[in-house]
Write a protein that binds this ligand. Structure first.
Ligand SMILES: [Zn+2]
Length: 279
């Protein structure tokens, strides 16, 4: 790794110049942190499986290890897989976002569509409902049984979700910068992308329901999705706290705002993209 690159102590976040020192060919000593006197990064000796388990358990030490002390170079491959998974859920109308869209547009729920019990469609401004045609399209193509349209539909939805995610990252990053203008904690944009990818891994927990959940009731699916969303939100809170070192209430507020901008963007991006692809 680059000599000038700065590491961080996984326990307290204090900067460190090295993770270990070598004394001869077979002697290696882990560096101690100057602030908390603990080992700067115990994880460099750990098996990757242990690191992964600690990440699932939302350990901040493991998150710091990944974000600051490893290169995490192929994060974008992971990001593409995660965005595809999120797209698949939305494309199948099997996600919380789809529930929101169905409620906003007042679509009747059938066996495949989830919805919330209260009807909020009346209180939604008409200017929003103009875009509903793009979302009802999904069900029509379901009956068409046309693979080409299905595929095209997936790409449109993928791009729409991607736009939402980019807006999410931009909103979160700008707001975080605004609330701590004098912070010495520099957050390069690449680290933000890595942090997003690391936090977004929680979405993998929707996979069992998407694969094996076709027999389960809509209620069970909704509860499952809600639990995954809640878990995911806490992971985001942890990772963004580690990245920006802002107070927790501010981070929560910014994450909520960023999530709202993300879903509004995706909701409005899909009709634009459909017009662009002219179908
Ligand atoms: Zn420390």
């Amino acid at each position: 790794m680059d000599e000038t690159e700065e590491y961080k102590c996984v326990n307290c976040g204090e900067a460190a110049s090295a993770l270990y020192r070598t004394y001869g060919p077979s002697v290696l000593k882990l560096t101690k942190c100057e602030k908390c006197k603990g080992i700067v990064d115990k994880y460099i000796e750990y098996d990757p499986v242990i690191v992964m388990i600690d990440l699932v358990l939302m350990s901040r030490e493991a998150q710091r290890h990944i974000l600051y002390n490893t290169e995490f170079k192929s994060f974008w491959k992971l990001a593409i897989i995660l965005i595809m998974l999120e797209t698949y859920g939305v494309w199948r109308s099997d996600s919380l976002f789809s529930i929101g869209v169905n409620s906003v547009c007042g679509f009747e729920n059938n066996s495949t569509n989830l919805s919330i019990p209260i009807n909020i469609s009346h209180s939604v401004p008409e200017s929003w409902k103009v875009n509903c045609w793009a979302w009802s399209h999904v069900e029509k193509s379901d009956e068409d049984n046309d693979l080409f349209i299905w595929e095209k539909d997936f790409y449109v939805q993928f791009t729409s979700i991607l736009c939402g995610i980019l807006i999410f990252i931009a909103t979160a990053h700008l707001l975080m910068k605004m609330v701590s203008p004098f912070s010495t904690n520099k957050v390069p944009i690449m680290r933000v992308f890595k942090a997003f990818t690391l936090a977004d891994v929680g979405i993998l927990f929707t996979l069992p329901m998407l694969v094996w959940g076709s027999d389960t009731s809509a209620d069970t699916r909704t509860i499952h999705l809600l639990l995954v969303y809640l878990y995911s939100f806490v992971v985001f809170l942890n990772v963004f706290s580690v990245t920006y070192e802002c107070p927790v209430p501010i981070t929560i507020l910014i994450l909520i705002l960023s999530n709202i901008t993300k879903y509004i963007t995706s909701f409005h991006a899909t009709p634009v993209l459909r017009r662009l692809f002219a179908y």
